[in-house]
Design a protein around this ligand. Sequence first.
Ligand code: SAM
Ligand code: SF4
Length: 320
Amino acid sequence: MQDTLGRKINYLRVSVTDLCNLRCMYCMPAHGVCKKDHDSILRIEEIAEIVKAAVELGINKVRLTGGEPLVRKGILDLVGEIGSIEAIKDFSMTTNGVLLKKYAQALKAAGLHRVNISLDTLNAEKYKYITRGGHLQDVLDGIAEAKRVGLLPLKINVVLIGGFNDDEITDFVELTLQEEVEIRFIELMPVGEASTWAKTHFLSNETVLEKFPDLVPEITNDKSSPAKYFKLPQSKGRVGLINPISNHFCGACNRLRVTADGKIKPCLHANAEIDIRKLLAAGKTLTDILAAAILQKPAGHKLNDPNFEPIERNMYQIGG
Ligand code: SAM
Ligand code: SF4
């Protein structure tokens, strides 16, 4: 389905939980989040129904995210339900990778196509610091298992944080020389915990290109991809730059988001939300609700406006 600006909306991102087994400093408060009342979080069956209705409207790309999707009870059942929908051509998950060693094989068997793994540092001490207690080796084991079972292509998300991992850009880029992996550098966005951080730690992705002038841009036909891709000569993998701030991609936005507590967000950076359960109770169908949300997509975010106010929700609530 197209929105009012003619953008074809074919990508649904669903946050399946706002809980997480890490506490990344730019995403979660140190004390974590209060466990929500069980009833306020969408049930697995409800999420599956939403995805099915979205597919009727032309969604053919689905990503599960969170919080940490692998801590959600019933996640394998949900992956199995979505994995069996033929019209879905790209079915992925964004995960911190901590539990992937345990789940990768079952996820693949249930129909998941691929994973994006978030990893902001290759140094065990720094990993423990930024995640407030995580173990780097768990993620490395998870990455190895995802590769082994074929959750490919493997993408690694690295949020660029000034003063924290700018000294590791070279190590990350050089991983693409020998490995068929996509390293995607993401600019820190002023959302939730990071809304004040972003000003002091923001680093433009241009920094990567300055360090590696021999990165060659790839020509791609996929205008809706937020990443611009580059390759080093002779490398097996590639480098993606996702610049929501310095060069935003709203004009080609193809996505709709659903939060774990059942709200549709037509835009990540706007507070507007549509309460699915409330509208269902008022007699609307899921397809009506999703179609109306698509028509409410704004033209673009206002992150670069001098008077921009960061949104009220955190990334772990919306799903990055
Ligand atoms: N827990 C999973 C994970 O970390 O991959 C999925 C949810 S997490 C919110 C999704 C992605 O959002 C992660 O790659 C995380 O680094 C990113 N993220 C969180 N806060 C962010 C921010 N303020 N700016 C940019 N990316 C952010
Ligand atoms: Fe958890 Fe992902 Fe947020 Fe880190 S970025 S706290 S892993 S939801």
